[in-house]
Design a protein around this ligand. Sequence first.
Ligand code: ZN
Ligand code: ZN
Length: 986
Amino acid sequence: MPHDLPKAYDPTAIEDHWAEYWVREKLFAQPAPDTASFAGDLSASEASIRPAGKAFTILLPPPNVTGRLHMGHMLNQTEMDILTRWRRMTGRRALWLPGTDHAGIATQMMVERQLISEGKTRQQLGREAFVERVWEWRRHYGGAILDQMKRLGASVDWQREYFTMDEHLSVAVREAFVRLHEQGLIYRGAYIVNWCPRCQTAISDLEVVHVEQKGHLWEIRYPVLGEDGKETGEFLTVATTRPETMLGDVAVAVHPEDERYLHLHGKKLRLPLVDREIPIILDEWVSRDFGTGAVKVTPAHDPNDFALGERHHLPSINVMDPIGHINAEGGAYAGLERYAARKKIVANLEEQGLLAAVKDYTNNVGHCDRCKTVVEPRLSTQWFVAVNKSPRDGVPSMAELARKVVAPDADGKKAITFTPEMYEKTYLGWMENIHDWCISRQLWWGHRIPAWHCADCHKITVARVDPTACAHCGSEKITQETDVLDTWFSSGLLPVSVFGWPNLGRSNTPGAPGPSHLGTWEKGTNRADFDAFYPTSLLVTGFDILFFWVARMIMLGCWFAGDVPLPDGSPRSLADSVPFKEVYIHALVRDANREKMSKTKGNVVDPIEIVKQYGTDAVRFTLASMASPGTDIAFNVARTEGYRAFANKIWNAARFLFMNVDRAAEAGIFVDPAALGGMPVAAEDAPLEARWIVAELHATAAKVNQSLENYRYDDAANAIYQFFWGSFCDWYLEIVKLRLDFPMDGPGGESASEQASKRNSMRAALTTLVSVFEASLRLLSPFMPFITEEIWHALYDGNPPAKSIALTAYPTLSEKEMEERQGSAFLAGTYVHMSFLQNLIGLVRNLRKEQDVPEKEVVPIVIHAVTDAQKAFTENLDVVQKLARISTIEYSEADLQGSDVSRHLSHFAAKIVYERTVDVAAESARLTKDIAKLEKGLAAAERQLGNEGFLKKAPPEVVLGLRKQEADTRMLLNKARSALDALPPE
Ligand SMILES: [Zn+2]
Ligand SMILES: [Zn+2]
């Protein structure tokens, strides 16, 4: 029975093969349980695991459709895949759901850049043609990152792959918008936004990067006016970093108690260059210590000034157009680009003697995260979600709900838990201070806002179906809003929309606790997905999108799912409305020196390159072995090299095992197939090593399961590594070799019953070996899915009990078994005896080394030991003989104290009996030859180190190396000389 496993482990060949197989066979597809296709073609063992379990649902944070896989993805996908594979193998109905995000700004920029290279602009193309062009781009290049995921073997359900602009998801976006509008929670308003003059869109606070920049603080003198409206000759000096905004000034504010300005209360100023009369206003917000203590107020171009303007009922004068040029409000400066205008304004002020000072000033300037253009705070009309507003009496606001599900309730329970826990505080802090959410973007690529403006009555019609006439006056002169929705609005809906919301085939239950009670949506046909998979179990994501995405999913999920009754029609509780039960925030992957990876530093590790070099399994294991909550990973290829060696070790163990299985088969001895696929057990009378390795496997499985429950990927991976390499390969395999002494027709003379008993014990040994190995593969499979799949298929030699090792049962212990282990004297005895054996073998190996015993020689040993240890050694004499290379054990009553060649451990002492027999003449000749060679080498080194010229010219590391070589040679020479002296006379 040959097992088809190539001699050398070549990850590339096996990984490509299995990655393709998993996708082709749709192995990780997870239809809802009541759909017909489900029971389909599962084998009995697969079916026995899969349908029973409760769902484990996890959404892949959808990468941007423009994205490429980086090390951060590799880490979070490894973490998600380990958990999904593990949960699947423990019997959960595991669904990991993939998709890509249309990524408004990023994708639009990508295509715009393409157009520019062709000498075109999107404006020339027009909206419709441009959007078609983006779709075209997406069809050709979009989603490359998902192909990378396929190659890396992510066990996602590819049948469910979505794109956030897909039709059914767009329906959800529209429904959500319309419903929030109907609830009075969406409004249009003037607002200071971060405006990117390049992207020509508002961007959120979180998309603005602040960069420290050296600039200036200009101090400008505004003439004070008297009662008669004429200049009094006095000036009020204001300070600004953006003098061009003065064109939009509507007041100057001072602190009401600032003594310098008490006499100016109620006075007016003349705004230079513009000739506008503006009031001096009093506001406690003004800091008396900053600049001159007098602040120009430009409500249309600064968020603080905007708030000031609201408080004091001041007008807002917007002086800039969308591309950052001064508009008609700027009078003489109209048409100038913002920095050209700044130059001219400063020059003009200077000419008029109104520039009091120019000071160097370093401040934090906001830049567009996408295109790095300096952001212009600017007043514009945007669409908002009123997240703090209650839609009607007694119903909490979206933000309130989103706080409630994270904060502990009266019993300390939380509907959503964060790991690491500190992010709970961060989240709640942010949600306490959340402002209304600006959801409009001035882009062409995205979900266009379903609102129509009427040219006649100027009212707005918001509708689920494109209207042909104004809902207010019936006019047909309506045009659709040009803005699109913020990308996070659609991705915030994903946990509900991917499972079919809003078409769930049932209207709202009156009296349900949900926020809307509108019950207006179309009746769909299928809510099996929603019932099976919502709420999802876990979200694994980065802290950088905690607010962008996590918070929005919580708000929108609770809001809309809250309206969906449970399958039995009863109202859904808040705890069942959440989009996910747990959030795991993964750490960062840094370089080997713990530096953040960045293109500018050139220390970025490309996961695809590393995978090519070492294989996916080794890279995954590297990340897993360092991943724990809240700890950044210092990625070091030396470690990956080590885990590549680990994979190799497993491969070789498999080959050794197959060789023995095949030889046993030739001798008519076969593994009991019933022993495979579950948790191996050992009989009470089994040999020590069998009882021990089974116990070690149980302990490792318990540790791994428990560690994964707590997101301690590192502990889980390290436990498996120690078990496989240390316990299984280094000890167990070495011992079990002795039991598998095939073929059977040796120089026997054994009786038939002796033969039968020998065959029985061999069958038992072989069965333990294979069943423990098979279980170990399953234990390792979520971490190293490829190599385990390959070996597992080879183990079953073409007849595996399932289509994939990923569909078998994970080695686990029941709670009862865990308890039994705790108090088991038998188990404790096994461990004690095995440690006696390991200690003795280790000790004898050391003694042999110290006394220079040649490898091929077997030696007798003398032991003084407690009774129990003596029992262990006697029962396992063959093991000690083979592994420590000894002939006999003599037990001494005396304690061996005073013998300089003995070694003492807590339960026994041992010494080896060895007299070196030396051929004095030959040894003397060898040493003499060695000494001559060493003397020559030493002389050469000394000569070179005595050469001043050489020392001056040679690089320091060469000189250092030479000095070390000189010292080493001198040491060896002394050793050889004393060895020669110590030789007995011939
Ligand atoms: Zn930009
Ligand atoms: Zn109208």
